[in-house]
Structure formats: C-alpha cells, structure tokens
Design a protein around this ligand. Structure first.
Ligand SMILES: Cc1ncc(C[n+]2csc(CCOP(=O)(O)OP(=O)(O)O)c2C)c(N)n1
Length: 633
C-alpha cells in the first residue's frame, strides 16, 4: 500500500503501516467493544480503519474521499456517545463507511452497493446504529431535532447529534432547521464537518464566511474559547459560558451560528482524535443547542485523494497503488457528456444561454462549459429549490436558462417548477439526468417518478430520448420552445449512435414508428426503445418510439390501437402515473386491451442497473415474456 501517505494517525513515518493486519479492527464488532479500548489504541484503530476503507472501496467502488475524512469523527462519536441509544444522524450519508465498519458491517463492505449487499448510505432497516435513512442532502439537523424533541417529550436522557458537511450546510433546509432548533430548549448537537469541499469546491457566501472563520481573527478567538471550554469544571459551566460570551462579544462579532441561538465551539482539528474526544466529552455535559465546527481533509491519509478529492469522490474499482485510471477516450459517450457537449455548442450559437447546476458540475457533464463560459455558468450550491426559481428569474429577463439536474433531485424543486416556472410559462429547459434506475446509489437516487410528476403540470413539454443523438436534438428542441421543457435521459451511455453536429428540431408531440408489425403494438418511451425493438423481432410486433411523454402523440396512440389487438407501453419509470398511464387515459373510451410495463410499486434497491432492469422484466427477454403471457402465440 505504498500509495498511503504517512499521515495515518499514529504513524507519521510514510507507508510503514501494514493494513493487512487489522488487528484491533477485527475485534471491534460493535461500538461497545470500541469503548473498551484504551485511548492510545484508538490511534492504531484509526490507522487500521482508514486503510480498511481504502482497501474495501478500491475493491467495490463507492465514495472514498469523504469517508477518509470521517475516520476520527466516527471513532470519537462512538467512543463518547452511547450509541445506538444516543442518535447520530449523518447528513447525505455518503461519508458513513467508517461508521458502518465500526457498527458490525465490516465484512459486509465486500458487497457494498451491490444486489443483496449493504447500502452506500445509512438505512434504518440495515442497522440499529443508522438512526435516520438518507442520501439526499441537508436533512440531518431537522431529523436530529425531531429526535431531540421526542426525547424531551418522552423524558428520555438520549442525546441527538447531526453531522453535516459544509456543502450540505449550503441548503436552505439546513438553515430552516437551525432557525427552528436555535429557538428551542433541546439538547441537540450539530457538528459541522468542514472540509472546504462539496463534490467540487463549494460556492456561496457561507463558504466565504467559513473560510474567514477558519483563517481570521475569529479563529483565534473561537479557538481560545474552545480551549477554555475544555478546561471547564462542571457546575461552573453557566457562569463560564456567560463570561465567555461577554468576552467574545467584546472582541469579535458572534458567529452566524450563535445568532441562530446555538453555542458555537471550534473550529477544532477533526483528525486530532484526542482533542475531538475531549471536546465531545465536554459538550456532552452542556445543555441546549450546541454547534461544533470541526475541520477535516477530504481524502485524508491517501495522497492521491488528498491531491484530487473530486476524482476520488465516488470512484469505481481501482488499484490503490496505481490510482484510478483516467478514461482513454474512444468509448461511447455518456448522456451527461452528450448534454455537456450540446450545452457548449448551443452556447456558442446563442449568447442568451445560461446554465445552472445545483452543485453537480462533474456529474452533470458541465466541467467544460464552466471553463469555456464561466460568465454564463452558475453553481447554485446544494439548493435545488433556489436553482429552479433562480432560473425562472433569469427567464423573465429574456435570457434562456438551462437547469441541469438529476431527476431525483428535482423532486426537491417541485413547487418551484410548478409555481415559479410553469404557471408563468417561462422558457426554462430542464436537462434531467439519471432518469430511471440509478445503479449503486439505489432507491434514494432512482429517477422513477419524474414522468408522473412532470406530465401532470400544464405548459410543460416532456421528452424522453431513445439514443444520444435524439437527446442532443431534443435538448435543442426544448431550448427553442417558448415555454418550459424537460429532456429526461438515463445514467451512463446510450446505444452508441452517431451524433449529428447540425441541430434539427423534433416535431412537438410526435412519435415515430420504428418497426411495422402485426397484432401487437409496443409503445416505447426513452431508453426502453432498444429492448422493445429486440423483443419485437420475435413477436413481429409494431414498435413506436413515442419521444414525448407530454404532449403525448394521441393521434398515433389511437391509430395503433385501431390497427392492433394489443397495446403495450414500456418505460423505465414507475407504472403508476407514468407514460403508460398517459396512454391509458387516451384509450379509456376504447375496448382495446393494454399491457403496461415499467417499474413496480416498490423502491428498487442498489446494484448493477442492467441486472436490476432485467429483474423487473425491463429487458428484451422480459418484455417478450410479459407480452407472451397475455398473448400466447
Ligand atoms: C439534495 C441533494 N442534492 C445533491 C446531492 C449530491 N451530493 C452528494 S454529496 C454532495 C456534496 C456534499 O458536500 P459536503 O456536505 O461538504 O460533504 P463532503 O462530500 O465534502 O464530505 C452532493 C452535492 C445530494 N446528495 N442531495
């Protein structure tokens, strides 16, 4: 493991640590065993845990940088707090691998994010130590506050702790919770895990504020305050607190978090295990809302991740010595790349184009655009609601906003989509990535509901490309419209068709027959066209690429219904309320037999996307089988 740097806790001698041992870690099967270890053993444990995280993520893929940064924090929290009785709520939850390993899931890391394996995020059904299920950001303070209030009502002595990153802290929801909590007399601890990074560098005034807090005069004052806190004698606490507030008030303005009603402590080094434990021990004795600011390093201890925490945020499998392999090019482009290229080409042609991402520059394929058009690129931070209304404001002024957003995250901005964009019929284009099964991230990240929640909104045009070129041309089509539009495409690469550089608009609300057959008509939406065409070969079925979920090509639906015995709809979306339901609405007054294929009414879990689709019958064989079940040869 030559690539591990020397800054593993307890070993500053660069590479001298032998992770194959996992001597202490092997004996820790739950936090009670961790709490029996001596303080000096915890340093060795931290080294082992860090090596184990690197070792296992390199074999399975998953989140890496953030987890290398929470090794000491996870140890300190489980050492000081009486988990699972005390509740630890991790925000987003992508940084919980050390916590998972310490809470009985060490061996299960081998099947992380795989079918029947453990989730990459906390989950109540997976472990009693996972106090709250999550994966979308900025929910931790609200949830932990709910738990703290419940403990108070039930007269239980439990503690509630929220751990939130500086990126997740940028969302409105986190501030709504702070605002609510600070005015309550509850024992809640919020730990801000500040690594000065989101997935990419964080943006916004809060980021600048935190940087000032770390570097400026406030740092010294706050640091002295925290040292002072460590020396406190129980009983003198309130007196000391008031004196300290007074002193702080004289030298420096109170922190933002104090203005919210929290007692601010920090910043402290989140990799300094001794200070971390001692501080938490003291905070545990304090009553009321507490705010601990810790500073950690994303990728800590693994040189390559420290140097490039973005590349190591969520890598696939890799060799820890060699590091991740950069794509050599030549492969099929992903839909995100197709979108990113379209964005740059369109921006060259139309100076009104403005692009917005809620903190997903890399995932949405916008790195090149951000470099080539910095003045027209806006990272709104992890703030989907704001991103959508921000786009609406831009559209009011005659510019043409494109909001690149994952299907699952637009759920956060739904009222804004209706109230701010659609009612005012503003020309905002939504590039909706990760439509359908998300793969390793699992149920929280599947784009399974977007047809349903979009097609019910007046004024909106909803398109689903079946291949990369159709995606490019649909983005162009949506961009030209004088109203809101969404182009919804899946994760990963498409079938690999040639991309036409020239733009050509697709007729609105028109589908296309791709195969003429008899008796059976398959109406395919988006990614399902390819398996539908394959299934149709054996069935000699007609296949239509519907292209539009809204406006639906009702004329085509009626024509196919009149000339076929069975209408089959196929979509990578929940059957309930989806595109098939839209087709049924058209067929309501006919006696035509219809079969709706899509995702079932349950949350589809993590794993290989192709295998998951096949398991729910959304591959060529599954489509064929389902049709034959209702219409035998
Ligand atoms: C609502 C929502 N939007 C976007 C994301 C995607 N996302 C996952 S982690 C992350 C960055 C979080 O940054 P931070 O809280 O600082 O944690 P770090 O990764 O730095 O450890 C983002 C944007 C998400 N999980 N939820």
């Amino acid at each position: 493991m030559a690539a591990i740097t020397g800054n593993l806790p307890g070993d500053d001698s660069a590479g001298g640590y032998n992770p194959s041992m996992y001597e202490l870690l092997k004996a820790v099967n739950d936090p009670a065993e961790l709490r029996k270890l001596e303080r000096k053993q915890l340093h060795q444990l931290a080294g082992e845990l860090r090596a184990y995280v690197l070792d296992s993520v390199s074999k399975t893929g998953g989140h890496l940088s953030s987890n290398l940064g929470t090794v000491e924090l996870a140890i300190a929290l489980h050492t000081v707090f009486d988990t699972p009785e005390d509740r630890i709520v991790w925000d987003v939850g992508h940084q919980t691998y050390p916590h998972k390993i310490l809470t009985g899931r060490r061996e299960k890391m081998a099947r992380l994010r795989m079918i029947d394996g453990i989730s990459g995020f906390p989950r109540r059904s997976e472990s009693k130590y996972d106090a709250f299920g999550t994966a979308h950001s900025s929910t931790s303070i609200s949830a932990a506050l709910g738990m703290a209030v419940s403990a108070k009502i039930k007269k239980e002595k439990r503690r509630s702790v929220a751990v939130i990153g500086d990126g997740a802290m940028s969302a409105g929801m986190a501030f709504e919770a702070l605002n609510n909590a600070g005015a309550m007399d509850v024992d809640l601890l919020v730990i801000l895990n500040d690594n000065e990074m989101s997935i990419s560098p964080p943006v916004g005034a809060l980021t600048n504020y935190l940087a000032r807090l770390l570097s400026g005069r406030m740092y010294d004052t706050a640091k002295r305050a925290s040292e002072h806190l460590l020396k406190r004698v129980p009983g003198m606490l309130e007196l000391a607190r008031r004196a300290e507030e007074h002193v702080k008030g004289m030298v420096t303005p109170s922190t933002l978090f104090e203005e919210f009603g929290f007692n601010y402590i920090g910043p402290i080094d989140g990799h300094d295990l001794d200070t971390l434990i001692a501080t938490l021990v003291n905070i545990k004795k304090l009553r009321g809302p507490q705010f601990l600011h810790i500073v950690t390093r994303k990728g800590k201890g693994y040189k390559l991740a420290e140097e490039d925490p973005i590349a190591y945020h969520g890598p696939g499998k890799f060799d820890p010595v060699e590091g991740i392999k950069r794509p050599t090019g030549g492969g099929k482009p992903t839909y995100s790349q197709v979108f990113g290229d379209w964005l740059c080409d369109m921006a060259k042609q139309d100076p009104r184009l403005v692009a917005i991402t809620p903190a997903m520059r890399e995932g949405s394929g916008m790195v090149r655009f951000s470099e080539e058009f910095p003045e027209r690129y806006f990272d709104a931070a992890i703030a989907e609601q704001h991103a959508v209304t921000f786009a609406a404001g831009i559209a009011c002024e005659g510019l043409k906003p494109v909001v690149a957003i994952y299907s699952t995250f637009l759920q956060r901005g739904y009222d804004q989509l209706i109230h701010d964009v659609a009612i005012q019929n503003l020309p905002v284009l939504f590039a909706l990535d990760r439509g359908g099964i998300a793969g390793g991230d699992g149920q929280t990240h599947n784009g399974a509901f977007d047809y349903a929640y979009l097609r019910t909104v007046p004024n909106l045009t909803v398109m689903a490309p079946a291949d990369e070129n159709e995606c490019r041309q649909m983005l162009y089509t949506g961009f030209q419209l004088n109203g809101p539009a969404a182009v919804r495409y899946p994760r990963g690469a498409g079938p690999g068709v040639v991309l036409q550089k020239e733009f050509s608009a697709i007729p609105i609300g028109k589908g296309r027959i791709d195969r003429e057959g008899k008796r059976i008509a398959i109406l395919a939406f988006g990614s399902m066209l390819k398996p539908a065409l394959e299934a149709a070969e054996k069935l000699n079925a007609t296949v239509a690429n519907m292209r539009f979920v809204k406006p639906l090509d009702t004329e085509l639906v009626q024509r196919l219904a009149a000339s076929h015995d069975l209408i089959v709809t196929v979509e990578e979306h929940q059957i309930m309320g989806g595109a098939g339901s839209a087709v049924l609405e058209v067929l309501a007054n006919t006696n035509r037999k219809a079969l709706l294929l899509g995702l079932p009414d349950r949350f589809i879990d993590h794993g290989d996307a192709a295998k998951l689709l096949s398991a729910v019958g959304l591959d060529a064989a599954g489509i064929h089988e389902s049709i034959r079940a209702v219409m035998p040869e």
